[in-house]
Design a protein around this ligand. Structure first.
Ligand SMILES: [Zn+2]
Length: 145
């Protein structure tokens, strides 16, 4: 009986360790970041929302986003490692499939009138969105979702 319970718990942990997330980053002052694909990117002071997905190892991905020191792999790494950017809040939508990632992008864009600061940023594997990075001058009330 004990073994069965443990087995079940382990399974639940594995199932819930995937999903979609939103990172809320605050940029304290106008910042220029250079990237080989995008060139010189200019970021205004304000809030940035990045929508991503991890179909496995969601927690590990989130922990990686929190670290200031890392190899620059994802587009978003250029922001999370920059000293003018601070990761403020993280929202996770556990067990949500990857297609929900793009739905969430357009939902928050429409709900909060967000803009896309850099086209094709963070969505190399999607053809439907302008970008997976959105901008707002002021903090948005994500609890409304
Ligand atoms: Zn997309």
């Amino acid at each position: 009986m004990k073994e069965l319970e443990l087995g079940l718990k382990k399974e639940l942990i594995i199932i819930s360790n995937s999903g979609i997330y939103i990172l809320e980053l605050y940029c304290k002052e106008r910042t220029q970041i250079t990237h080989k694909k995008f060139g010189a990117m200019n970021f205004a002071k304000g809030y940035y929302y990045y929508v991503g997905s991890a179909q496995k190892n969601l927690y590990q991905r989130i922990e990686r986003h929190k670290r200031k020191e890392k190899n620059l792999h994802w587009h978003i790494d250029y922001l999370t490692t920059n000293n003018n950017f601070k990761l403020k809040r993280i929202f996770t939508f556990k067990s949500k499939q990857k297609k929900f990632e793009c739905i969430l992008v357009s939902e928050i864009e429409n709900l909060f009138n967000l803009t896309y600061p850099i086209k094709h940023f963070g969505n190399s594997d999607c053809n439907s969105c302008v970008s997976h990075l959105l901008f707002s001058k002021s903090k948005i009330v994500l609890e409304r979702l």
